[in-house]
Structure formats: C-alpha cells, structure tokens
Design a binder for this molecule. Structure first.
Ligand code: T4K
Length: 396
C-alpha cells in the first residue's frame, strides 16, 4: 500500500508464540512418555507448580488448563455472587467468567496513566448486591492495590486480580501475584510465558488454595474419590502443557531481555511521529516482562485513525491487534444493560479507540521493529492519500 515491497516475507504477528529450547522440551516429553502419566496432577505438573511458586514467591501457584477456567474457579472459590465490580478495559474473559456463573459484571473505568481500574470510580458502583472487586494488571502494569484496598475494606469486599499479563511483574518488592486474595494467570500460547494453553491461581491463603484444588478436580476430596465436597469442574493441566511450561521457564529471562530491547528500539523508531505515542510501563514496576508494546494513536494529530493504521500495517504484513477494543461494556452480551444503567466510561471509551498492540517477543528482530516504525511514520506523512485509497476500497 505504501508503494514499497514489504521487507519481511512472513507476517509479523502480535502474539507469535515465544519458543522454548526444543531439545529440552523433547527431553521432558520423553520423560512424560516414560512415566505413562498424562494428566491428573502428574509429576511434571507438580514440578512446574513448585518452580512457579519459587519464581513468584507465593505459597501456592496451582497450574490449570487455561486462564478462563482459572478465573471461573477463582470467582467461585471466593464465593462471588450478585454483582462484582470489574474494569471494562480487559480481555472479555475477565467479564465472561463472571457472567457464565450468573454474576453481573459491573463495569468500572480505568486510569489514563496505566490502563488499570480507577480506584476513585469503584465506590459509586458498590451496591447491596456487590460481593467482590476484580482488578486487572493490564499490560503487566500493577493495579493500585493500596487505594483499591481502602474502598474494599470500607465495604468489606474481597479483591482478586486478573494477572494474565503480569507474569514476572514486580512492584513493592514482590510479585504482583501477592496482591489481593488471589491472582489468576494465563499461560496461553500468545502470552509471555506459555504452556500452549494454561493458567494458574496464585495465592498465599491455604484455605483458598484447598478449595481451588478440590473444585478443579470435580470436587473430589481424598484419594479414594468416594467423597465430593464441592460442585467441581475439570480445570486440570496436562503433562504435555507442564513440559512446555518447564522448558519455557528456562527461557523467560532471555525472552524478557529481547522484549525490553525491542521496546527500546520501538521507542526510537516511533519517536517524534506526530500523534503516535508509545505507552510506558507503570513507574511502580520494579520488574516487567515487556511483552506488550502499546502505541496510542491520536487521529487528529496523526492524520489517520487507529483503525486506518491497522489496515495500513496489515497491508504491509504487520498484524497489529487492538488490545482492548471495544471495552467489554460495548460488547453485545453487556451492551444493553450498560446503556440502561445510564453510566459512562469516558477513559475506557477514549483509550480503547487509540490503543494498538505491536509485535514483540523473541521472533521479532530489531530490524523489523525499525521497519514498523518507518511504516508508521511514512503512513502519517501520506495520510490524505491513504484515507482516499481506503475510501475507494470501501474502508472509510
Ligand atoms: N484475562 C486477560 C487479561 C487476558 O488477556 C486473557 C487472555 C484471559 C484473561 C484469558 O486467558 P486464557 O483463557 O486465554 O488463558 C488472545 C488470546 O487467545 C488470549 O489468551 C489473550 N488473553 C488475548 C489478549 O489474546 P485473540 O483472540 O487475540 O487470539 P488470536 O488467536 O487472534 O491470536 C492473536 C495473534 O497471535 C494472531 O495474530 C495470531 C497469533 N498466534 C496465535 C496463536 C494462538 C500465533 O502466531 N500462534 C498461535 O498459536 O486472543
């Protein structure tokens, strides 16, 4: 579209999985076959569990089949019902996991500075039916746990965190997974740390951990499986996923360094482009996985909207993603009740129209990052021409 041939033949995706050392993964697979143990809390899952606990400095980190089931189990283990306050600026699974259990998500606005739930907006959303608060550490940025705790204690509400983006995020001298009653992690293929599909619940609370362990295994108590204490489900992680996790854990420091280096190159490559700004990680972070590279596009100053830029990048083989657009409150299952509430989420609405997640991870070379920067810069200078072309093609 911009006239030149794309420099990179293969599309540059946001979410291209980070790879482990394949030989190491193979050794772990051999181990799994020799054990003839494939699931049901097998030996590799147990080792992964203890490595994760060590890495995150939490008493319990229970591996699960994916982050969404982990969210559902977390909400249930906390006894959530009625209404729960949750940010709208998140992946829809954070809200679905409530609605799936007939708990009403009450959507809250976020802070402009770090995309996390705005503690100042929570109080007005609490009603007699509220049973909890969910924060999301968006792009790995820690929620303001201190301020959230003040509102939560005023109403006697527990706080849990969706830490799907925050593996290895640290603030206040500890992993962000130590905040609140529990934290939910996602180890999906597109995440910084992946087990193909996977997730976990991290908590320092022995009772919560015990409830989660029972509920994720059909509610069975004891080895004989003749006692069922809870209505349960199947949230177990398989051994093959644990093998991937163990191999990936050996790579994460290296991937973090690549991510951080790419972030710095993005900083240079996008510098000075009118209307395009790179979101910086929260200053509260002491350690960060740098997985998400978020650009904010101001249509007026740049000349193209964020969505038009997405099309330009797509034509150049760069598959950028709009994480998160639209806010959950604008999605069909939630739209009508939100409209009827008469509320508004101005920061969520504005930022969800501006954010653009750019490719990162160990598959992305610095040359590719520079080339993406050049493409974004050039598109801005040719904005008028591009708008006209998009209009011609029916993409106003
Ligand atoms: N809470 C938060 C805050 C989350 O972000 C998520 C998940 C969850 C909870 C739920 O956790 P899980 O149940 O997923 O464990 C992706 C992921 O599917 C999802 O895990 C993630 N958040 C979300 C932010 O992004 P999509 O719909 O964008 O995925 P998809 O399939 O379009 O892939 C994105 C890009 O990655 C594409 O350009 C293709 C590329 N890709 C993807 C896969 C799966 C690959 O190159 N290889 C692959 O294997 O949701």
């Amino acid at each position: 579209m911009l006239g030149g041939r794309p420099l990179f033949g293969e599309p540059l995706h946001v979410g291209r999985p980070n790879l482990p050392d394949r030989r190491r993964f193979g050794e772990l697979l051999d181990c799994m076959f020799e054990n003839r143990w494939f699931t049901n809390y097998g030996p590799l899952v147990r080792v992964l569990q203890s490595r994760l606990q060590e890495k995150l400095g939490v008493r319990h980190c229970i591996p699960m089949c994916n982050g969404t089931i982990a969210l559902e189990l977390a909400y249930r283990a906390m006894g959530f019902e009625g209404e729960v306050v949750v940010p709208s600026f998140t992946f829809v699974a954070t809200a679905h996991a409530l609605e799936w259990q007939r708990i009403t998500p009450v959507f809250c606005d976020i802070r402009e500075s770090d995309f996390t739930i705005d503690p100042a907006c929570i109080d007005a959303l609490v009603t007699q039916r509220t049973t909890g608060i969910v924060g999301v550490h968006v792009y790995g940025n820690p929620c303001d746990h201190e301020a959230i705790s003040v509102v939560a204690s005023k109403h006697g509400l527990p706080v849990v965190y969706d830490a799907a983006h925050a593996f290895m995020s640290e603030a206040g001298g500890a992993s962000v997974c130590r905040m609140g009653a529990l934290s939910v992690l996602s180890f999906h293929a597109t995440k910084f740390f992946s087990t193909f599909e996977g997730g976990a619940i991290a908590t320092d609370d022995d009772e919560i951990a015990e409830r989660v362990r029972l509920m994720m295994n059909f509610g069975f108590a004891g080895r004989e499986k003749d006692r069922v204490d809870y209505v349960g489900t199947n949230g177990k992680m398989t051994e093959v996923c644990a093998a991937m996790g163990l191999a990936m854990l050996e790579q994460v420091e290296q991937i973090r360094e690549v991510n951080a280096a790419n972030h710095a190159v993005y900083g240079e490559a996008l510098a000075g482009i009118p209307g395009v700004r790179l979101a910086q990680p929260s200053p509260a972070l002491e350690m960060h996985n740098w997985q998400y590279v978020i650009a904010l596009v101001d249509e007026e100053a740049y000349g193209l909207s964020r969505d038009q830029l997405v099309r330009v990048l797509e034509a150049e083989n760069v598959l950028a993603r709009r994480y998160f657009h639209p806010g959950c409150h604008r999605m069909e299952p939630y739209r009508r009740s939100f409209e009827e509430s008469g509320r508004s989420l101005p920061v969520t609405d504005r930022l969800s129209g501006m954010v653009l997640s750019l490719p990162n991870g160990e598959s992305v070379l610095p040359e590719a990052v520079r080339w993406i920067g050049d493409t974004v810069r050039l598109a801005g200078t040719k904005a008028g021409e591009i708008r006209a072309k998009l209009k011609e093609g029916g993409h106003a």
